[in-house]
Ligand binder design. Structure first.
Ligand code: GLC
Length: 502
Protein backbone atom coordinates (compact mmCIF):
# COMPACT_ATOMS: atom_id res chain seq x y z
CA UNK A 1 0.00 0.00 0.00
CA UNK A 2 1.41 3.38 -0.93
CA UNK A 3 1.71 6.19 1.57
CA UNK A 4 -1.23 8.13 0.19
CA UNK A 5 -3.54 5.16 0.67
CA UNK A 6 -2.90 5.08 4.34
CA UNK A 7 -6.08 6.67 5.66
CA UNK A 8 -4.24 8.63 8.33
CA UNK A 9 -1.70 10.26 6.01
CA UNK A 10 -2.50 13.85 5.07
CA UNK A 11 -2.78 14.34 1.32
CA UNK A 12 -1.34 17.05 -0.89
CA UNK A 13 -4.01 18.24 -3.28
CA UNK A 14 -3.75 20.82 -6.04
CA UNK A 15 -7.17 22.13 -7.06
CA UNK A 16 -7.35 23.79 -10.50
CA UNK A 17 -10.26 25.96 -11.55
CA UNK A 18 -11.07 28.82 -13.90
CA UNK A 19 -13.00 30.73 -11.24
CA UNK A 20 -12.93 30.91 -7.46
CA UNK A 21 -14.97 33.00 -4.98
CA UNK A 22 -14.16 35.71 -3.84
CA UNK A 23 -11.86 36.56 -6.77
CA UNK A 24 -14.12 35.98 -9.78
CA UNK A 25 -17.44 34.28 -10.27
CA UNK A 26 -19.71 33.67 -13.24
CA UNK A 27 -21.47 30.59 -11.86
CA UNK A 28 -21.85 28.06 -9.07
CA UNK A 29 -18.46 26.55 -9.94
CA UNK A 30 -16.76 29.48 -8.22
CA UNK A 31 -18.72 28.96 -5.01
CA UNK A 32 -17.60 25.35 -4.88
CA UNK A 33 -13.93 26.03 -5.60
CA UNK A 34 -13.95 28.81 -3.01
CA UNK A 35 -15.51 26.83 -0.18
CA UNK A 36 -14.50 23.18 -0.67
CA UNK A 37 -10.74 23.78 -0.12
CA UNK A 38 -11.10 25.34 3.36
CA UNK A 39 -13.35 22.41 4.34
CA UNK A 40 -10.75 19.88 3.11
CA UNK A 41 -8.04 21.81 4.88
CA UNK A 42 -10.06 21.61 8.11
CA UNK A 43 -9.79 17.82 7.80
CA UNK A 44 -6.02 18.13 7.99
CA UNK A 45 -4.95 18.01 4.33
CA UNK A 46 -2.56 20.27 2.47
CA UNK A 47 -4.86 21.53 -0.28
CA UNK A 48 -3.83 24.43 -2.50
CA UNK A 49 -5.72 26.14 -5.28
CA UNK A 50 -4.61 27.60 -8.62
CA UNK A 51 -6.50 29.87 -11.00
CA UNK A 52 -5.59 32.40 -13.71
CA UNK A 53 -4.74 35.96 -12.66
CA UNK A 54 -7.33 37.70 -14.83
CA UNK A 55 -6.89 41.38 -15.50
CA UNK A 56 -9.89 42.22 -13.38
CA UNK A 57 -8.37 40.70 -10.22
CA UNK A 58 -6.65 43.62 -8.57
CA UNK A 59 -3.43 42.40 -6.89
CA UNK A 60 -3.60 45.17 -4.30
CA UNK A 61 -7.21 44.75 -3.34
CA UNK A 62 -6.70 41.01 -2.80
CA UNK A 63 -3.21 41.23 -1.39
CA UNK A 64 -1.53 39.03 -3.99
CA UNK A 65 2.19 38.53 -3.48
CA UNK A 66 4.34 37.95 -6.52
CA UNK A 67 6.54 34.88 -5.95
CA UNK A 68 10.15 35.07 -7.16
CA UNK A 69 10.15 31.73 -8.99
CA UNK A 70 9.55 31.93 -12.73
CA UNK A 71 8.78 29.16 -15.18
CA UNK A 72 8.26 28.62 -18.87
CA UNK A 73 5.53 26.65 -20.58
CA UNK A 74 6.14 25.08 -23.99
CA UNK A 75 3.28 26.23 -26.23
CA UNK A 76 3.81 24.39 -29.50
CA UNK A 77 7.13 25.77 -30.74
CA UNK A 78 7.20 28.75 -28.40
CA UNK A 79 8.25 29.04 -24.77
CA UNK A 80 5.82 31.21 -22.85
CA UNK A 81 7.01 32.64 -19.53
CA UNK A 82 4.86 32.73 -16.42
CA UNK A 83 4.95 33.48 -12.74
CA UNK A 84 2.75 32.87 -9.71
CA UNK A 85 1.15 35.26 -7.30
CA UNK A 86 -0.06 33.98 -3.99
CA UNK A 87 -2.91 34.79 -1.65
CA UNK A 88 -4.96 32.90 0.94
CA UNK A 89 -8.50 31.58 1.10
CA UNK A 90 -10.27 30.95 4.42
CA UNK A 91 -8.45 28.55 6.77
CA UNK A 92 -5.17 29.80 5.35
CA UNK A 93 -5.47 27.73 2.15
CA UNK A 94 -2.80 28.95 -0.32
CA UNK A 95 -4.13 30.06 -3.70
CA UNK A 96 -1.79 30.60 -6.63
CA UNK A 97 -2.61 32.89 -9.52
CA UNK A 98 -0.97 32.00 -12.81
CA UNK A 99 0.21 35.26 -14.28
CA UNK A 100 0.76 36.02 -17.96
CA UNK A 101 -0.17 39.32 -19.56
CA UNK A 102 -0.62 37.95 -23.06
CA UNK A 103 -3.37 35.52 -22.05
CA UNK A 104 -5.06 37.07 -19.06
CA UNK A 105 -4.74 40.85 -19.20
CA UNK A 106 -8.18 41.19 -20.71
CA UNK A 107 -11.52 42.55 -19.69
CA UNK A 108 -13.48 39.28 -19.51
CA UNK A 109 -12.90 35.70 -18.41
CA UNK A 110 -14.04 33.62 -21.37
CA UNK A 111 -15.28 33.73 -24.94
CA UNK A 112 -12.02 34.69 -26.60
CA UNK A 113 -10.94 32.96 -29.84
CA UNK A 114 -7.83 31.61 -28.11
CA UNK A 115 -9.60 30.22 -25.02
CA UNK A 116 -8.17 26.74 -25.55
CA UNK A 117 -4.66 28.15 -25.61
CA UNK A 118 -5.32 30.37 -22.59
CA UNK A 119 -6.49 27.50 -20.40
CA UNK A 120 -3.79 25.16 -21.66
CA UNK A 121 -1.31 27.77 -20.53
CA UNK A 122 -3.03 28.22 -17.19
CA UNK A 123 -3.06 24.50 -16.37
CA UNK A 124 0.43 23.76 -17.51
CA UNK A 125 1.65 26.93 -15.83
CA UNK A 126 0.11 25.76 -12.55
CA UNK A 127 1.92 22.42 -12.85
CA UNK A 128 5.24 24.01 -13.76
CA UNK A 129 4.73 26.63 -11.06
CA UNK A 130 4.29 24.12 -8.22
CA UNK A 131 7.29 22.21 -9.55
CA UNK A 132 9.33 25.41 -9.10
CA UNK A 133 8.03 25.64 -5.54
CA UNK A 134 9.07 22.03 -4.95
CA UNK A 135 5.54 21.18 -3.82
CA UNK A 136 4.58 17.80 -5.23
CA UNK A 137 0.84 17.06 -5.22
CA UNK A 138 -0.54 13.55 -4.66
CA UNK A 139 -3.73 14.49 -6.45
CA UNK A 140 -4.76 17.15 -8.92
CA UNK A 141 -8.44 18.00 -8.63
CA UNK A 142 -9.70 19.47 -11.93
CA UNK A 143 -12.99 21.28 -12.49
CA UNK A 144 -14.85 21.53 -15.79
CA UNK A 145 -13.49 21.73 -19.33
CA UNK A 146 -10.94 24.50 -18.75
CA UNK A 147 -8.83 22.08 -16.70
CA UNK A 148 -9.80 18.82 -18.41
CA UNK A 149 -6.54 18.26 -20.29
CA UNK A 150 -4.60 17.75 -17.08
CA UNK A 151 -5.66 14.09 -16.64
CA UNK A 152 -4.72 13.61 -20.30
CA UNK A 153 -1.25 15.09 -19.67
CA UNK A 154 -0.67 12.99 -16.56
CA UNK A 155 -1.11 9.89 -18.72
CA UNK A 156 1.08 11.19 -21.58
CA UNK A 157 3.68 13.97 -21.37
CA UNK A 158 3.98 13.82 -17.58
CA UNK A 159 3.75 10.02 -17.25
CA UNK A 160 7.50 9.62 -17.01
CA UNK A 161 8.28 12.90 -15.37
CA UNK A 162 9.59 11.95 -11.91
CA UNK A 163 7.84 14.92 -10.34
CA UNK A 164 4.33 14.04 -11.58
CA UNK A 165 4.64 10.33 -12.43
CA UNK A 166 2.65 9.30 -9.36
CA UNK A 167 0.17 12.16 -9.31
CA UNK A 168 -3.45 11.03 -9.54
CA UNK A 169 -6.31 13.05 -11.02
CA UNK A 170 -9.91 13.67 -10.05
CA UNK A 171 -12.14 15.37 -12.62
CA UNK A 172 -15.31 17.11 -11.43
CA UNK A 173 -18.08 17.83 -13.92
CA UNK A 174 -20.14 20.84 -12.86
CA UNK A 175 -22.14 20.86 -16.05
CA UNK A 176 -21.96 18.93 -19.30
CA UNK A 177 -23.47 21.94 -21.02
CA UNK A 178 -20.07 23.64 -21.34
CA UNK A 179 -17.79 21.28 -23.19
CA UNK A 180 -14.69 23.00 -24.61
CA UNK A 181 -14.76 21.93 -28.26
CA UNK A 182 -11.88 23.07 -30.48
CA UNK A 183 -10.05 22.22 -33.68
CA UNK A 184 -7.28 19.62 -33.78
CA UNK A 185 -4.59 22.30 -33.83
CA UNK A 186 -4.94 22.73 -30.05
CA UNK A 187 -3.31 19.32 -29.54
CA UNK A 188 -0.04 20.72 -30.87
CA UNK A 189 -0.29 23.64 -28.47
CA UNK A 190 -1.03 21.21 -25.66
CA UNK A 191 1.96 19.06 -26.64
CA UNK A 192 -0.05 15.89 -27.14
CA UNK A 193 -0.47 15.76 -30.93
CA UNK A 194 1.77 12.72 -31.24
CA UNK A 195 -0.34 10.62 -28.89
CA UNK A 196 -3.35 8.58 -29.80
CA UNK A 197 -6.17 10.73 -31.16
CA UNK A 198 -9.33 10.31 -29.16
CA UNK A 199 -12.17 11.47 -31.33
CA UNK A 200 -15.05 13.36 -29.79
CA UNK A 201 -17.80 10.86 -28.99
CA UNK A 202 -20.24 13.39 -30.37
CA UNK A 203 -21.13 11.87 -33.75
CA UNK A 204 -22.80 15.05 -34.93
CA UNK A 205 -19.44 16.73 -34.99
CA UNK A 206 -17.82 14.02 -37.07
CA UNK A 207 -15.54 13.10 -34.21
CA UNK A 208 -12.80 15.20 -35.78
CA UNK A 209 -12.65 17.79 -33.05
CA UNK A 210 -10.93 18.00 -29.71
CA UNK A 211 -13.40 17.74 -26.87
CA UNK A 212 -11.83 18.82 -23.58
CA UNK A 213 -14.69 17.53 -21.43
CA UNK A 214 -14.56 14.10 -23.08
CA UNK A 215 -10.81 13.91 -22.48
CA UNK A 216 -11.20 14.71 -18.80
CA UNK A 217 -13.74 11.89 -18.54
CA UNK A 218 -11.54 9.50 -20.52
CA UNK A 219 -8.28 10.01 -18.67
CA UNK A 220 -9.09 10.97 -15.07
CA UNK A 221 -8.43 8.34 -12.43
CA UNK A 222 -11.74 9.21 -10.84
CA UNK A 223 -14.65 11.32 -12.12
CA UNK A 224 -17.49 12.90 -10.22
CA UNK A 225 -20.41 15.24 -10.64
CA UNK A 226 -21.99 17.52 -8.10
CA UNK A 227 -24.99 15.42 -7.03
CA UNK A 228 -25.82 11.70 -6.92
CA UNK A 229 -28.91 12.13 -9.10
CA UNK A 230 -27.08 14.05 -11.85
CA UNK A 231 -24.38 11.35 -11.78
CA UNK A 232 -27.07 8.82 -12.72
CA UNK A 233 -28.91 11.09 -15.15
CA UNK A 234 -25.88 11.75 -17.34
CA UNK A 235 -25.68 8.05 -18.15
CA UNK A 236 -28.83 8.52 -20.23
CA UNK A 237 -29.25 10.17 -23.65
CA UNK A 238 -31.67 12.73 -22.19
CA UNK A 239 -29.03 14.31 -19.94
CA UNK A 240 -25.78 12.91 -21.35
CA UNK A 241 -25.19 15.56 -24.04
CA UNK A 242 -23.93 12.75 -26.32
CA UNK A 243 -21.31 11.77 -23.75
CA UNK A 244 -23.57 9.21 -22.07
CA UNK A 245 -21.91 6.32 -23.94
CA UNK A 246 -18.45 7.36 -22.79
CA UNK A 247 -19.74 7.96 -19.27
CA UNK A 248 -21.29 4.49 -19.19
CA UNK A 249 -17.92 3.03 -20.14
CA UNK A 250 -16.38 4.77 -17.17
CA UNK A 251 -19.30 4.21 -14.84
CA UNK A 252 -17.18 2.33 -12.27
CA UNK A 253 -15.11 5.50 -11.84
CA UNK A 254 -18.04 7.92 -11.74
CA UNK A 255 -19.43 9.26 -8.45
CA UNK A 256 -21.87 11.92 -7.29
CA UNK A 257 -21.06 14.20 -4.37
CA UNK A 258 -23.53 16.88 -3.41
CA UNK A 259 -22.08 20.38 -3.13
CA UNK A 260 -22.18 22.05 0.23
CA UNK A 261 -23.03 25.64 1.01
CA UNK A 262 -20.89 28.20 2.75
CA UNK A 263 -23.21 28.37 5.75
CA UNK A 264 -21.26 31.17 7.37
CA UNK A 265 -21.53 33.46 4.36
CA UNK A 266 -25.19 32.58 3.81
CA UNK A 267 -26.75 33.09 7.19
CA UNK A 268 -29.91 35.15 7.81
CA UNK A 269 -28.87 35.59 11.44
CA UNK A 270 -25.81 37.62 10.45
CA UNK A 271 -26.23 38.65 6.79
CA UNK A 272 -25.19 42.33 6.57
CA UNK A 273 -27.29 42.91 3.44
CA UNK A 274 -30.76 42.23 4.82
CA UNK A 275 -33.14 44.53 6.67
CA UNK A 276 -33.70 42.36 9.73
CA UNK A 277 -31.85 39.31 11.05
CA UNK A 278 -33.79 36.17 11.97
CA UNK A 279 -33.50 32.45 12.65
CA UNK A 280 -35.86 29.49 12.41
CA UNK A 281 -37.02 30.38 15.93
CA UNK A 282 -37.65 34.06 15.22
CA UNK A 283 -39.25 33.70 11.80
CA UNK A 284 -41.86 36.37 12.55
CA UNK A 285 -39.09 38.95 12.11
CA UNK A 286 -38.59 37.81 8.57
CA UNK A 287 -41.73 39.75 7.57
CA UNK A 288 -39.73 42.97 7.69
CA UNK A 289 -37.49 41.65 4.96
CA UNK A 290 -40.45 40.92 2.75
CA UNK A 291 -41.84 44.43 3.26
CA UNK A 292 -38.41 45.97 2.62
CA UNK A 293 -38.02 44.01 -0.60
CA UNK A 294 -41.50 44.96 -1.76
CA UNK A 295 -40.76 48.62 -1.11
CA UNK A 296 -37.37 48.48 -2.82
CA UNK A 297 -38.77 46.65 -5.84
CA UNK A 298 -41.81 48.91 -6.18
CA UNK A 299 -44.24 46.11 -5.38
CA UNK A 300 -47.39 46.64 -3.39
CA UNK A 301 -46.39 46.30 0.27
CA UNK A 302 -48.62 43.56 1.64
CA UNK A 303 -47.84 40.42 3.63
CA UNK A 304 -50.74 38.49 2.08
CA UNK A 305 -49.64 38.21 -1.53
CA UNK A 306 -47.32 35.20 -1.96
CA UNK A 307 -44.09 36.69 -3.29
CA UNK A 308 -42.39 34.44 -5.84
CA UNK A 309 -38.74 35.02 -6.72
CA UNK A 310 -36.05 33.79 -9.07
CA UNK A 311 -32.34 34.50 -9.34
CA UNK A 312 -30.90 32.90 -12.41
CA UNK A 313 -29.33 33.04 -15.81
CA UNK A 314 -32.30 33.73 -18.09
CA UNK A 315 -32.05 30.72 -20.39
CA UNK A 316 -34.13 27.71 -21.38
CA UNK A 317 -31.71 25.46 -19.47
CA UNK A 318 -32.94 27.13 -16.31
CA UNK A 319 -36.60 26.67 -17.28
CA UNK A 320 -37.38 30.16 -18.48
CA UNK A 321 -39.49 28.85 -21.33
CA UNK A 322 -41.79 27.35 -18.66
CA UNK A 323 -41.89 30.62 -16.77
CA UNK A 324 -42.62 32.44 -20.02
CA UNK A 325 -45.55 30.15 -20.79
CA UNK A 326 -47.13 30.32 -17.34
CA UNK A 327 -46.31 33.58 -15.58
CA UNK A 328 -48.98 35.69 -17.22
CA UNK A 329 -51.81 33.19 -16.56
CA UNK A 330 -50.56 32.95 -12.98
CA UNK A 331 -50.72 36.72 -12.58
CA UNK A 332 -54.27 36.69 -13.94
CA UNK A 333 -55.56 33.88 -11.75
CA UNK A 334 -53.48 33.86 -8.58
CA UNK A 335 -52.86 36.66 -6.06
CA UNK A 336 -49.08 36.43 -6.52
CA UNK A 337 -46.21 38.89 -6.88
CA UNK A 338 -43.02 38.10 -8.76
CA UNK A 339 -39.48 39.42 -8.48
CA UNK A 340 -36.64 38.42 -10.77
CA UNK A 341 -32.92 39.08 -10.85
CA UNK A 342 -30.52 37.90 -13.54
CA UNK A 343 -29.37 38.36 -17.09
CA UNK A 344 -29.44 36.13 -20.11
CA UNK A 345 -31.16 35.84 -23.44
CA UNK A 346 -32.36 39.12 -24.90
CA UNK A 347 -35.88 37.84 -25.58
CA UNK A 348 -36.30 37.16 -21.85
CA UNK A 349 -35.10 40.63 -21.01
CA UNK A 350 -37.84 42.02 -23.24
CA UNK A 351 -40.47 39.63 -21.94
CA UNK A 352 -39.93 40.49 -18.29
CA UNK A 353 -39.61 44.22 -18.84
CA UNK A 354 -42.94 44.04 -20.66
CA UNK A 355 -44.58 42.13 -17.81
CA UNK A 356 -43.24 44.59 -15.23
CA UNK A 357 -44.89 47.39 -17.21
CA UNK A 358 -48.20 45.61 -17.59
CA UNK A 359 -48.38 44.47 -13.96
CA UNK A 360 -47.10 47.42 -11.94
CA UNK A 361 -46.87 46.68 -8.24
CA UNK A 362 -46.90 42.95 -8.93
CA UNK A 363 -43.87 42.24 -11.11
CA UNK A 364 -40.37 43.61 -10.54
CA UNK A 365 -37.39 42.85 -12.73
CA UNK A 366 -33.69 43.50 -12.17
CA UNK A 367 -31.63 42.64 -15.22
CA UNK A 368 -28.35 42.51 -13.37
CA UNK A 369 -26.54 40.48 -10.79
CA UNK A 370 -25.61 41.93 -7.44
CA UNK A 371 -25.01 40.22 -4.15
CA UNK A 372 -26.84 42.55 -1.74
CA UNK A 373 -30.03 42.40 -3.79
CA UNK A 374 -29.70 38.62 -4.14
CA UNK A 375 -29.61 38.30 -0.36
CA UNK A 376 -32.69 40.51 0.00
CA UNK A 377 -34.54 38.34 -2.48
CA UNK A 378 -33.67 35.17 -0.57
CA UNK A 379 -34.69 36.82 2.70
CA UNK A 380 -37.84 38.50 1.39
CA UNK A 381 -39.57 36.09 -1.00
CA UNK A 382 -41.97 33.35 0.09
CA UNK A 383 -41.38 30.95 -2.78
CA UNK A 384 -38.17 30.50 -4.77
CA UNK A 385 -38.50 29.15 -8.32
CA UNK A 386 -36.03 26.80 -10.04
CA UNK A 387 -37.85 25.00 -12.84
CA UNK A 388 -34.56 23.89 -14.46
CA UNK A 389 -34.45 21.58 -17.46
CA UNK A 390 -31.41 19.99 -15.83
CA UNK A 391 -29.51 20.96 -12.69
CA UNK A 392 -26.20 19.29 -11.79
CA UNK A 393 -26.51 20.54 -8.22
CA UNK A 394 -27.94 24.03 -7.90
CA UNK A 395 -27.11 26.41 -5.12
CA UNK A 396 -30.13 28.73 -5.13
CA UNK A 397 -32.52 26.17 -3.64
CA UNK A 398 -30.14 25.55 -0.72
CA UNK A 399 -29.67 29.25 -0.04
CA UNK A 400 -33.43 29.78 -0.32
CA UNK A 401 -34.13 27.09 2.28
CA UNK A 402 -31.52 28.50 4.61
CA UNK A 403 -33.29 31.88 4.33
CA UNK A 404 -36.79 30.47 4.75
CA UNK A 405 -37.90 30.98 1.14
CA UNK A 406 -39.62 27.74 0.13
CA UNK A 407 -38.13 26.25 -3.06
CA UNK A 408 -40.37 25.21 -5.92
CA UNK A 409 -38.22 23.13 -8.23
CA UNK A 410 -38.24 20.60 -11.02
CA UNK A 411 -37.41 17.07 -9.88
CA UNK A 412 -34.02 16.78 -11.57
CA UNK A 413 -30.38 16.51 -10.55
CA UNK A 414 -29.29 18.12 -7.31
CA UNK A 415 -32.74 19.64 -6.86
CA UNK A 416 -34.18 16.16 -6.13
CA UNK A 417 -31.33 15.46 -3.75
CA UNK A 418 -31.88 18.60 -1.68
CA UNK A 419 -35.61 19.45 -1.77
CA UNK A 420 -38.28 17.09 -0.45
CA UNK A 421 -41.81 17.47 -1.71
CA UNK A 422 -44.33 18.82 0.79
CA UNK A 423 -46.82 16.19 1.82
CA UNK A 424 -49.96 17.62 3.50
CA UNK A 425 -51.00 14.22 4.87
CA UNK A 426 -47.82 13.69 6.87
CA UNK A 427 -46.78 17.35 7.20
CA UNK A 428 -43.33 16.56 5.88
CA UNK A 429 -41.15 18.02 3.15
CA UNK A 430 -39.22 21.22 2.51
CA UNK A 431 -40.56 22.47 -0.82
CA UNK A 432 -42.59 21.75 -3.93
CA UNK A 433 -41.44 19.48 -6.75
CA UNK A 434 -42.83 18.83 -10.21
CA UNK A 435 -41.64 16.22 -12.63
CA UNK A 436 -42.62 16.71 -16.29
CA UNK A 437 -40.89 19.54 -18.16
CA UNK A 438 -44.19 21.12 -18.96
CA UNK A 439 -45.84 24.47 -18.23
CA UNK A 440 -48.93 22.80 -16.75
CA UNK A 441 -46.93 20.71 -14.30
CA UNK A 442 -45.10 23.86 -13.25
CA UNK A 443 -48.34 25.82 -12.95
CA UNK A 444 -49.91 23.07 -10.84
CA UNK A 445 -46.97 23.15 -8.42
CA UNK A 446 -47.34 26.93 -8.06
CA UNK A 447 -51.03 26.50 -7.31
CA UNK A 448 -50.15 23.94 -4.64
CA UNK A 449 -47.62 26.28 -3.07
CA UNK A 450 -49.89 29.33 -3.15
CA UNK A 451 -52.71 27.29 -1.62
CA UNK A 452 -50.42 26.06 1.18
CA UNK A 453 -49.20 29.61 1.82
CA UNK A 454 -52.69 30.54 3.08
CA UNK A 455 -52.16 28.40 6.19
CA UNK A 456 -49.68 30.42 8.19
CA UNK A 457 -48.62 27.79 10.72
CA UNK A 458 -48.32 25.04 8.14
CA UNK A 459 -46.20 27.40 6.08
CA UNK A 460 -44.04 28.38 9.00
CA UNK A 461 -43.24 24.74 9.75
CA UNK A 462 -42.43 24.16 6.10
CA UNK A 463 -40.00 27.08 6.23
CA UNK A 464 -38.48 25.83 9.47
CA UNK A 465 -37.88 22.34 8.14
CA UNK A 466 -35.98 23.89 5.23
CA UNK A 467 -33.97 26.17 7.50
CA UNK A 468 -32.94 23.23 9.65
CA UNK A 469 -31.43 21.18 6.81
CA UNK A 470 -27.69 20.69 7.09
CA UNK A 471 -26.06 21.89 3.87
CA UNK A 472 -22.61 22.52 5.33
CA UNK A 473 -19.50 21.32 3.49
CA UNK A 474 -18.35 18.90 6.17
CA UNK A 475 -19.89 15.69 4.85
CA UNK A 476 -19.05 16.54 1.23
CA UNK A 477 -15.44 17.41 2.07
CA UNK A 478 -15.05 13.97 3.66
CA UNK A 479 -16.50 12.36 0.56
CA UNK A 480 -13.98 14.26 -1.59
CA UNK A 481 -11.10 13.08 0.59
CA UNK A 482 -12.30 9.48 0.08
CA UNK A 483 -12.36 10.16 -3.65
CA UNK A 484 -8.81 11.57 -3.56
CA UNK A 485 -7.60 8.41 -1.80
CA UNK A 486 -9.39 6.20 -4.27
CA UNK A 487 -7.77 8.10 -7.16
CA UNK A 488 -4.33 7.60 -5.58
CA UNK A 489 -4.97 3.89 -5.11
CA UNK A 490 -6.14 3.44 -8.69
CA UNK A 491 -3.16 5.42 -9.97
CA UNK A 492 -0.70 3.22 -8.09
CA UNK A 493 -2.50 0.13 -9.31
CA UNK A 494 -2.32 1.33 -12.93
CA UNK A 495 1.36 2.04 -12.48
CA UNK A 496 2.20 -1.45 -11.23
CA UNK A 497 0.14 -3.04 -13.97
CA UNK A 498 1.58 -1.00 -16.84
CA UNK A 499 4.17 -2.78 -19.00
CA UNK A 500 7.61 -1.29 -18.51
CA UNK A 501 8.57 -0.12 -21.94
CA UNK A 502 11.88 1.68 -22.23
C1 GLC B 1 -22.97 24.48 -12.48
C2 GLC B 1 -24.30 23.75 -12.43
C3 GLC B 1 -24.99 23.93 -11.08
C4 GLC B 1 -24.03 23.61 -9.96
C5 GLC B 1 -22.75 24.43 -10.11
C6 GLC B 1 -21.72 24.13 -9.03
O1 GLC B 1 -23.19 25.84 -12.51
O2 GLC B 1 -25.16 24.21 -13.47
O3 GLC B 1 -26.12 23.07 -10.99
O4 GLC B 1 -24.63 23.92 -8.72
O5 GLC B 1 -22.15 24.15 -11.35
O6 GLC B 1 -21.34 22.78 -9.03
Amino acid sequence: MSETNNASQPLKILLLAAEVVPFVKTGGLADVTGSLPPAVRALGHDIRVAMPRYGRIDPRRFNLTLLPETFVVPMDNRMEPGQLRESRLAHDVPIYFVENARYFDREGLYMYPDDAERFIFFCRGALEGVRQLGWQPDVIHCHDWQTALVPNWLKTIYARDPFFARTASVYTIHSLAFRGIFGRRVLEIAGIAEYEFTASPDGARDGQVVDFMARGITYADVINTVSPTYAREILTPEFGEKLDGLLRQRQDRLFGILNGLDVEAYNPATDPHIARHYTAETLEQRAENKAALQRYAGLEVTPDAPLLGAISRLTDDKGFDLIQASLEPMLQHLPIQFVLMGTGEERYHRLFLGLAQRYPGRVAVFLTFNTPLARRIYAGTDIFLMPSRFEPCGLGQMIAMRYGSVPLVRAVGGLVDTVHDYNPATQTGTGFLFRAYDAWAFYAAVVRAVETYRYADVWRKLQQRGMQQDFSWQASARAYVDLYRLACALRTQAETMAPHTP
